[in-house]
Design a protein around this ligand. Structure first.
Ligand SMILES: [Zn+2]
Length: 135
């Protein structure tokens, strides 16, 4: 997979269907303010191919036999509009933990805005306790 000589972007329309759909899933989640998504380990080869193309990053997930993937800068350029602005108030908490590893995007709390108790990302990662003032 080589970038278009004119635009420098990878033409995602010519990706194998599973690669294309994984990029679309990550783009759709990104539009909702979630920077990562979890995939079953049976997609390892697909995730590896997308990472080799520079479109995504990925690592082992919290859940058994799962991987967490996210769009790289090149991946965002390939599948997201430069002018897209996420709608405000999509109903998610959206909090991120204060510190995490530097090599991956921080998880984003996927619970409804104003939820009580711990924040929890879609991959099951939990942290901190939501402040009552956030409700
Ligand atoms: Zn939360």
């Amino acid at each position: 997979m080589t970038p278009d000589a004119r635009t420098g972007l990878i033409d995602t329309d010519h990706l194998p269907p599973t690669q294309y759909l994984i990029l679309e899933v990550l783009a759709a989640r990104h539009r909702l303010g979630e920077t990562t998504w979890t995939f079953p380990s049976r997609f390892r080869a697909v995730l590896h191919a997308l990472a080799d193309a520079g479109l995504i990053g990925w690592k082992s997930g919290v859940a058994p036999r799962s991987y967490i993937a996210w769009l790289t800068g090149a991946g965002r350029s390939a599948v997201l509009s430069d002018t897209y602005v996420a709608p405000a108030g999509v109903g998610r908490c959206g909090q991120t933990p204060p510190t995490m590893f530097n090599h991956a995007p921080r998880p984003v709390c996927a619970l409804p805005a104003g939820h009580p108790g711990w924040h929890r990302a879609d991959d099951g990662c939990e942290w901190g306790i939501a402040e009552a003032s956030q409700q």
